[in-house]
Design a protein around this ligand. Structure first.
Ligand code: AMP
Length: 627
């Protein structure tokens, strides 16, 4: 199939041929002839990188170039019919710019068509001025378009086509109401084209409310990640995540990747560590100014940064086609985010790899994604130091071989260099060149810590028989999972203290990135919960001095106890108890019920004032809100 066979007109054909488009991509085959022939609404599930801009852009441009505006278009309150015929909504400024740029490229031989990108976070005055010149296609972020409509600058009474590009992104960025308002602000007679990478309930709502008799086009299958992406995961201990990341990155000397983290703080931390360790990396997250983010994105697009550490939200504005890898530093909370992340590689016909560095607790999330994408993840084995060093060495040698030497320029310096190095033979010289280029890796990997890959249910290598830490639990075994610390707290189910409350309490009291909670073990008057080893001190500090209902709450690291000989669970803290456990149990033994009934003198300091006649869950909610 050719673009000509799809019905694309000559001026457009000429332009896209110059852009290097030879054959149509699947979404283009599905959408272009349909949109050229009919004005039926369309909903397309297609990711960025599938060629969707041309899929809706080419028929739109062709129609604007060949058909005059519908005569029924109302004359608006300003007495003249505004020229704007189409609106394209997109979630970010970068995407608006890119779409407008693509459309400009396609319409190179269609003179007179004016296309304008307008977006928030930029001075509105030039946009107002540009709109006054008469714009045929407005490419906008929803919030800014509403603003321009309110100012009377964007007049949409002649609009007959609206495109919602990356609709799922727009909804998840909170543009739902703005989209509703825009769709209500254009004439009833119009065609709506909705493009989304995923089909969420909210997308279905928009489709139901605003699309009529829409044709559905699915590129790949529903909710499927890019076809050309391999999904690999490495399961390691929480403390080994960063060294594992280094190994992955070192194994691919030509890597060009986004490393996704879950929080802004983690993003900055990982970027800082990578930079400190000599990588060409930078951070992209919402705590940076728009100017900083623009600069970082520009440098990444130009390949001047090799590794971009980013949050999901900040990376939304970035569109690059040639990522070799997407790295998930931990799995995202939902499948949609994973789909978006992994869909950033394997674009434009190339193969890509989505690597996830995860802890054993994230296995469930991998299964969820496998289930939704109908794709299996491959469990990877981290490359060994030797394999990495060989790869890096090969790159050094390869680079030397490919080095373009400007002989004329260098010639005049060579006699001096020869004189200075004449005592070295060729082999010595080689050794020195390679060592110089390669020493960072040799040094690191000579002493690199061993990374043990976690196989759920298997014992850790560094543990003796009978020490169940990290292995499968048996009755009576209350050792934390590997990489985790078990914490004891004198709050239990009778206090209305359940898993949700524990997670809320810990994360409300502890500043900094969200703490990924491990196993929670609830008892009537006390509980245990597990947090990553490296977070244990932060959690203890955060919960220090906690008062609930006039009662001081004891929190401490729980001591592991062995299961009893008959295989029944041992009583918590039966063998080696920590201070909080001992005091707590003593108080209970003294009939004080852990001092629960006793009103504490420091009521003014109460973290959790008793709320009469409320159920305990409400109490906790109130507690969280006041923090
Ligand atoms: P999009 O999904 O619209 O962001 O397009 C992804 C990339 O593929 C862009 O760089 C387009 O210029 C390019 N592209 C779109 N259609 C084709 C085609 N038929 N042949 C080659 N490249 C294309």
């Amino acid at each position: 199939m050719t673009f000509q066979e799809l019905g694309v007109c000559e001026p457009l054909l000429r332009a896209i041929t110059e852009l290097g488009f030879e054959t149509p991509m699947p979404v283009q085959e599905a959408v272009i002839p349909h949109q050229l022939e009919s004005r039926q609404d369309l909903i397309a599930l297609a990711q960025t990188g599938t060629g969707k801009t041309a899929a809706y852009g080419l028929p739109l441009l062709q129609r604007l170039a060949t058909q005059p505006p519908a005569t029924s278009a109302e004359t608006d309150s300003q007495g003249s019919e505004p020229p704007t015929r189409a609106v394209i909504l997109a979630p970010t400024r970068e995407l608006c710019l890119q779409i407008a740029d693509d459309l400009e490229g396609f319409s190179k031989y269609l003179p007179g068509l004016r296309i304008l990108p307008v977006y928030g976070g930029a001075d509105i005055v030039p946009q107002l001025r540009a709109l006054r010149q008469g714009i045929h296609i407005i490419v906008a972020t929803p919030g800014r378009l509403i603003d321009l409509m309110h100012r009377g600058a964007a007049r949409l009474s002649a609009v007959d086509t609206i495109v919602l590009d990356e609709a799922d992104e727009m909804l998840s960025m909170g543009f739902s109401e703005s989209i509703d308002a825009i769709l209500e602000g254009i004439p009833e007679e119009h065609t709506t084209l909705l493009f989304s990478a995923t089909m969420s309930r909210e997308i279905e709502r928009i489709a139901q409310n605003y699309l009529h008799d829409a044709r559905e086009v699915v590129v790949g299958s529903r909710n499927e990640g890019a076809e050309h992406v391999n999904h690999i995961y490495y399961m390691v201990r929480a403390t080994d995540k960063y060294p594992a990341l280094k190994r992955v990155v070192d194994y691919y000397p030509k890597i060009y990747a986004i490393i996704f983290c879950r929080t802004r703080l983690e993003t900055q931390e990982i970027a800082d560590k990578l930079i400190q360790d000599g990588y060409n990396a930078d951070a992209l997250h919402g705590d940076l100014s728009q100017q900083q983010r623009d600069l970082t994105m520009q440098r990444f697009r130009q390949h001047r940064i090799q590794l971009l550490v980013a949050t999901d939200v900040a990376a939304r504005g970035l569109d690059v086609d040639d990522l070799t890898h997407v790295i998930n530093y931990g799995m995202p909370d939902d499948t949609e985010s994973y789909t978006h992340r992994s869909g950033r590689t394997g674009r434009a016909g190339k193969r890509g790899t989505s690597i996830s560095i995860v802890h054993s607790r994230e296995r469930g999330r991998i299964r969820d994604v496998e289930h939704t994408l109908h794709k299996d993840f491959e469990r990877g084995t981290l490359p060994s130091p030797k394999e990495i060093c060989s790869k890096q060495l090969w790159k050094v040698i390869d680079d030397i071989e490919r080095e373009e030497v400007d002989e004329a320029q260098i010639e005049e310096f060579l006699p001096e260099v020869r004189r200075k190095l004449e005592w070295l033979d060729k082999d010595d010289l080689l050794r020195r060149v390679v060592s110089r280029e390669f020493s960072r890796f040799l040094r690191y990997y000579a002493n690199a810590p061993e990374i043990e890959e976690v196989v759920p249910g298997e014992k850790r290598k560094d543990q003796k028989n009978g020490d169940r830490k990290g292995g499968r639990r048996t009755a009576g075994d209350n050792a934390p999972e590997e990489g985790y610390t078990r914490i004891f707290i004198t709050l239990g189910k009778v206090d209305g203290f359940y898993a949700k409350e524990i997670i809320g309490l810990v994360n409300n009291r502890c500043q900094g990135p969200k703490i990924e909670m491990g196993r929670i073990d609830l008892r009537p008057t006390f509980s245990f919960f597990e947090v990553p080893e490296e977070e244990a001190q932060r959690v203890l500090s955060g919960l220090k001095g906690l008062f609930v209902k006039g009662r001081r709450i004891g929190v401490d690291i729980a001591e592991a106890t062995q299961g009893s000989a008959d295989g029944q669970p041992a009583k918590a803290g039966k063998t080696r108890k920590n201070r909080a456990q001992r005091r707590f149990e003593q108080a209970q033994a003294n009939g004080k019920k852990g001092a629960q009934g006793k009103k504490h003198k420091r009521d003014a300091n109460n973290d959790f004032a008793p709320a009469k006649k409320k159920n305990k869950k409400d109490d906790w909610q109130q507690f969280f809100k006041t923090k």
